[in-house]
Design a protein around this ligand. Structure first.
Ligand SMILES: CC(C)(COP(=O)(O)OP(=O)(O)OC[C@H]1O[C@@H](n2cnc3c(N)ncnc32)[C@H](O)[C@@H]1OP(=O)(O)O)[C@@H](O)C(=O)NCCC(=O)NCCS
Length: 165
């Protein structure tokens, strides 16, 4: 089924505000042998590339244009992921400053034979929206609706304020 956002034709100019749910991203990949470390699990550097891509999806959607990675604040490896697993990276913009977007990426692995799913990694990534001159550009305000979104917003706001302090 085609998502409605792809039916509408040309993308309009970014509005003043966007719902948190609008920019939610999801990226699923099969872990191939060339991505393994010496133990036969997904190599950390490849995992970081997947996290960065998933964060970019949410950032570019929210900004409605180009955005670049400014910082990977935190990346926790809870469990390893074996070759042959399916990996899904879920990204949300949880807070915005002026030009910065504070994104959480949660990574899940799925063993296709058993159907077992596991939350394997959590990352906090900062993207900055840029204009044609590659200078920081203001992004739409972020609107959190559900209780879960409001909790995400508050946690990310605290991280942002702590860094600035
Ligand atoms: C992103 C870039 C344009 C920002 O330029 P800059 O001069 O640092 O911009 P500013 O100092 O005005 O900061 C811009 C925003 O980033 C935030 N920021 C700056 N340093 C940060 C850091 N270390 N961690 C998190 N956020 C940071 C600022 O708080 C500001 O947020 P706000 O606008 O919401 O208040 C520039 O650093 C750049 O081009 N970096 C390279 C990006 C890149 O190549 N990424 C990999 C490829 S995608």
């Amino acid at each position: 089924m085609i998502n409605d956002r792809f039916r509408a034709g040309p993308t309009p100019a970014p509005p003043d505000r966007r719902l948190m749910s609008y920019s939610r991203g999801e990226l699923t990949t099969l872990i191939m042998p060339h991505m393994q470390n010496i133990l036969g699990d997904l190599f950390g550097g490849d995992l970081m590339a997947l996290v960065d891509q998933a964060a970019a999806v949410a950032a570019i959607r929210h900004a409605g244009g180009p955005a670049v990675t400014k910082s990977i604040d935190r990346l926790d490896f809870h469990h390893s992921i074996p070759v042959g697993a399916l990996v899904t990276c879920c990204s949300t913009v949880d807070f915005v400053g002026n030009s910065s977007m504070h994104i959480t990426v949660e990574v899940y692995s799925e063993q296709v034979a058993s159907g077992e799913r596991r939350h394997t990694h959590t990352a906090h990534v900062v993207f900055v929206a840029i204009d044609r001159d590659r200078t920081p550009k203001r992004v739409p305000r972020l609107v959190a609706e559900s209780a879960e979104e409001k909790a995400r917003y508050e946690a990310a706001r605290l991280r942002y304020e702590t860094r600035r302090a």
